[in-house]
Every structure is written in C-alpha cells, then in structure tokens.
Ligand binder design. Sequence first.
Ligand code: PSU
Ligand code: MN
Length: 308
Amino acid sequence: MTNAPLSLLPEVSRALAAGLPVVALESTIITHGMPYPQNVEMAQTVEQDIRDAGAIPATIAVMRGKICVGLSPDQLQSLAQTPNARKLSRADMAACLVTLDTGATTVAATMIAAHLAGIDVFATGGIGGVHRGAETSFDISADLHELAQTAVTVVAAGAKAILDIPKTLEVLETLGVPVIAYGQSEFPAFWARSSGLTAPLRFDTSFEIAAAHLMRARLGLKGGQLVANPIPSAAEIPLPQIMPMIEQALAEAEAQGISAKSVTPFLLGRIFALTEGRSLAANIALVRNNARLGAEIAAEIAKARSKT
Ligand code: PSU
Ligand code: MN
C-alpha cells in the first residue's frame, strides 16, 4: 500500500474496498477553468451524473497537507471560492503538500492521485496538449507525459483548438499513449465534434475500453489511455464558428505575454467572454457526457475484475 498523504472520503474508500466503480474528477477545471458560481454548480452536477450512472465520484484536490480523494460538499464549495488556489501538475504536488497550500489538480496531478488511491478511471473536459507555436515556446502540457506513465484511463472531449491538435496527436503517438475516439473515427476537438483528423484508435463500447485498460495491465504497460468522447451534438460549437474567437484569444495572449501555467486559463476565460458564455455551456455539457462514459467504463472494469 501507499505511504502517500491521502485523505479518502469514507464513501470513496468503502467503494474501493468493495470493488465498486469509482470515477476521479479534477479540480483545476473548477478553480481555473470556469467562473464562480457556475464552477461549483458544474462540479455538483457532474458528481450527480456519475452517481446516476451507478458509480461513486471522487473529486481530487490538495488541502491542508493532504491529497483529498473525494470532497465533501463544504470542501467543494470552499475550493470553488478559493481564487488563489494553486494549479498543480506533477511538478507542484509535493511542494503544495508541504506548504499546506490549497491546490487544484490538473489532469496530470489528478491521474497521479487517482492511481495512488487505486482509481482506474478519470473524467474531465479537455486535456492539456501541445500549444500552437510550441516549436519556439516549447509549451507542451505535462498531461501528455503523465498519460505515458500513469495507468489511468482518462475520458476527455479531445483537445481544444487553442492547441495544435496534429502536434498533440504526434506527441501522444511518440509517447505510446493509446488515443481512442469513442463512437466515431474522427478525433474530436472539444467544443466541436470533428477536428478533421482521424483518431489512431476507435471503440464503440465502454466494455472494449475497459477490456483494453485491463489488457494493458496484463501486458505490464505503463501509462494510461486517452478516450476522446465527442461533445453531444446539441451543445457543439462547430469549428468554423469558434475559430475566430480562438484566434482572437490567442492573439491577445501573445500581445500580453501570457506564458506557462497562465496560458490555458487565460485562453478559456477570453473564449468564454468572446462567445458570450456559449463556450461555458458547451464545456459543461461535454464534461457531463464524459462523466457518464467514465462511469460506464469504471463499471465495466469493476465487473470484469469481479469475475477473476
Ligand atoms: N482544458 C479545459 N479546461 C481546463 C483545463 C484544460 O478545457 O480546466 C485544465 C486541465 O486541468 C488541464 C490543464 O490538465 O488545464 C492543462 O494546463 P496546461 O496547459 O498548463 O498544462
Ligand atoms: Mn503549458
């Protein structure tokens, strides 16, 4: 067992001990991805979606020197109203724990925490990736390297067009990360169902995604899987519509010299304003959709394990 400073919500530890399906959720999307109060409403709704789909949600954050796996309603409220919460990736987790700061976990940090707790599946909105202009900025999200080394299946809505999607797919291929489009052949682009790029892999059932997760473990392969689940049609903002706003947000980021950890939150905030909130409604719809699929995959993994 791990000696890590984990604090599991009783409901989560009971579920894990009983082999019931649990789905991890990140918290950077709450503190840095959406404005208050929509952020906490989204977090509560997504937790309920996971329950409705028959699994237990575990939202992850660092608080008071512990990696909290599962947040109480009060903890969720308080995190959503902590404007200076740190944005934690692999590099920041230990420092945040020892300084007793409040930290929100990105995809990378959430994968680390989920794996320590014994959670196989994690649902979120979008992963970090290779930023446009990475050939000069070197801005490649640590999320991609985490996918290469931590055995958690991550359900996201593909990569946002604020990123360089072809380069993101190339890096994932180099790192040996399975990129699985769900229910279609094209890799989805977050607010849009299509990116114009074919995903390397495709599955149409959560059963197969779960089976591949378990097969990777049998093969002793490090790293997780990225499941790219297209946004529901009713909520999508097609690429031609969102592209001008993305271009404007990128130009503003460049003009203002936004760099490092600030890039993604800045771009999301500007696109929210430029789309007059439509990007936020789409973001919430896709996270909910990913939470439901995550719960199905977790249930399939639990079912398969119970038979062995
Ligand atoms: N994409 C979103 N919303 C988010 C993020 C990405 O649509 O909130 C967050 C996730 O936590 C992701 C992180 O792991 O941004 C990536 O940040 P960076 O690009 O700095 O690695
Ligand atoms: Mn970055």
